[in-house]
Design a protein around this ligand. Structure first.
Ligand SMILES: Cc1cc2nc3c(=O)[nH]c(=O)nc-3n(C[C@H](O)[C@H](O)[C@H](O)COP(=O)(O)O)c2cc1C
Length: 301
């Protein structure tokens, strides 16, 4: 099930999703992390961030709301302290990055390129301070421009991560592809809210939070299916994958890679069960991994 994207080889298609697996080495002694296809790190910004006040999580039917506020140690500390550790653990590391200005994404990408990092993921669900706080990922023009600028400064694999909040994600995906993205990560969390009626208060002080888990799976799956029909670059599907069947659904819809997020909080062994399960499925059907990608999506003939 090896996959090559540009010069980077992924052992298998199963990655952990950003923000749900720390920086990558925290669980090294508990699970065989080097058997993963890859690890997407927690989002890194230019400067460290404290994140939002607690509570930051609220459970909902079939899902999880989070408002972590992109807490992280910042670029400098990541490069000095985390990268030397995580680059040794085995699987491909995809460093998830975000900023408040295009120049911040560019600066981070430049530094990571110098450090020999081969894969980055641009989280575009972040407020663009120069556009009044509107998320980067909501404007085709901004997305194309941002990806082009990062592309000029980073030679490795660029994943562009998008969410469908108040936007046409198909058009935005095409803009990212035109800008030079190598992979589209679909999808980030979907905006949601939860209220404690008894106490007449919001469950999360920030009120608005990101919904993840099986509750968003049908939406993510449809987005993967639609975007696959319109772009030629690979898709990393993410959203509510928690078992072998749901992983296969994403591949059949058009995902080349998949990422597992919220499900890791319930069982960190899920990615390994999925890797084994996909192999068993392929043996049973006597099929190659590549032939199941987009099997139910006939755009490519
Ligand atoms: C607690 C938590 C923190 C997250 N932090 C990030 C982050 O820093 N950057 C990012 O791009 N996505 C982040 N995400 C989004 C996930 O990577 C993923 O796109 C989303 O949760 C949907 O997948 P899932 O349903 O498998 O969790 C976070 C999700 C959760 C639940």
């Amino acid at each position: 099930m090896k996959l090559k994207i540009k010069d980077v080889e992924f052992k298998n298609p199963v990655l952990t999703a950003s923000g749900t697996f720390g920086y990558g080495n925290e669980l090294e002694d508990i699970i065989p992390v080097n058997e993963l296809g890859g690890i997407v790190t927690k989002g890194i910004s230019l400067k460290p961030r404290m994140g939002n006040p607690p509570p930051r999580l609220a459970e909902t039917p079939c899902g999880l709301l989070n408002s972590i506020g992109l807490e992280n140690i910042g670029l400098e500390k990541f490069v000095k302290e985390k990268w030397p550790e995580i680059k040794k653990i085995g699987p491909e590391i995809v460093v998830n990055i975000f900023g408040e200005k295009i120049e911040e994404y560019v600066e981070i990408a430049k530094t990571l390129e110098k450090e020999g990092i081969r894969c980055i993921e641009l989280n575009l669900s972040c407020p663009n301070v120069e556009k009044g706080g509107l998320e980067f990922g909501r404007s085709e023009r901004v997305v194309r421009n941002l990806v082009e600028k990062v592309r000029e400064n980073f030679n490795g694999v660029i994943f562009v991560k998008l969410s469908p909040n108040f936007t046409d994600i198909v058009k935005i995906s095409k803009a990212a592809e035109k800008g030079g993205a190598d992979v589209l990560t679909l999808i980030n969390t979907i905006m949601g809210m939860s209220i404690d009626a008894e106490n007449m208060s919001f469950k999360i002080p920030r009120k608005v939070a990101g919904l993840s888990g099986p509750a968003i799976r049908p939406i993510a799956l449809y987005i993967v299916y639609r975007v696959y029909q319109e772009v030629d670059i690979p898709i990393a599907g993410v959203g509510g994958i928690n078992d072998i069947k749901s992983a296969l659904e994403f591949h059949l819809a058009g995902s080349t890679l998949i990422q597992i997020g919220t499900a890791l909080f319930i069982d960190p062994w899920i990615p390994f069960k999925i890797i084994k399960g996909i192999e068993e499925f392929l043996n049973k059907k006597n099929m190659e991994f590549k032939s199941i990608i987009g099997y139910l999506n006939k755009k490519r003939g």
